[in-house]
Design a protein around this ligand. Sequence first.
Ligand code: ADP
Ligand code: 5GP
Length: 213
Amino acid sequence: MSERRGLLIILSSPSGAGKSTLSQRLLQWDPTLSFSVSATTRAPRTGEEDGLDYHFLSEEAFKRQVSEGGMLEHAHVFGNFYGSPRAPVQASIDAGNDVLFDIDWQGAQQIRNSALGGHTLSIFLLPPSIHELHRRLQARGKDAPEVIARRMQKSWDEISHWDSYDFVLVNDDLDVAEARLRTIIEATRLRRTQQPWLTDHVRRLQTEFEETL
Ligand code: ADP
Ligand code: 5GP
């Protein structure tokens, strides 16, 4: 096989640590990267667009998609269902393009354990402090105080899985975190298994070597 299969690049963190912000920056940096638009049963936040930020589904529609095998992974997070629709991801990676996921630790675990696990790059973002995490959730200004309180309560559940990830970054300075993410992605694209054409290249080198030396 000489065709490259795209990477599944997973970003996880407690809510408010910066996944959406950094995802947006990565998508601007590399136009070949696509974002896996999740399906969710939660209500849209102000400014969120159906099909762009999420596919907003009823619980019935969500469960139907799961039962038909249409989700690559899915989980119950903060009282709502979230899942990654399978078809667009499969199309992108089959075309050799990398896909970015903003999903929780349960989804990351399911993808890692799937047939696509060998093409997964997982990165966990830690906040500089719990105080700063709380400040960011408030500064985002999109969630009601009780929603923020629930997310803070659940933040430790998410943080406790930090050590299952390939890479871990503290998102303190945004520019530094973005630069480090780019480095991680660029290095992972050079994994031997991500460059299947190398087998042919080395074979040609061998022929040339044998003919000339
Ligand atoms: P998540 O997607 O992980 O829930 P967001 O990307 O929505 O988090 O970030 C939460 C808030 O924190 C947003 O208002 C965002 O602008 C801000 N933020 C993200 N990263 C940083 C950072 N490194 N420094 C300061 N503020 C940040
Ligand atoms: P939010 O409601 O703030 O957009 O997302 C809440 C949490 O759900 C975040 O931790 C986010 O990463 C996670 N999440 C979003 N989409 C998915 C998904 O498709 N699958 C899983 N497992 N988690 C998701």
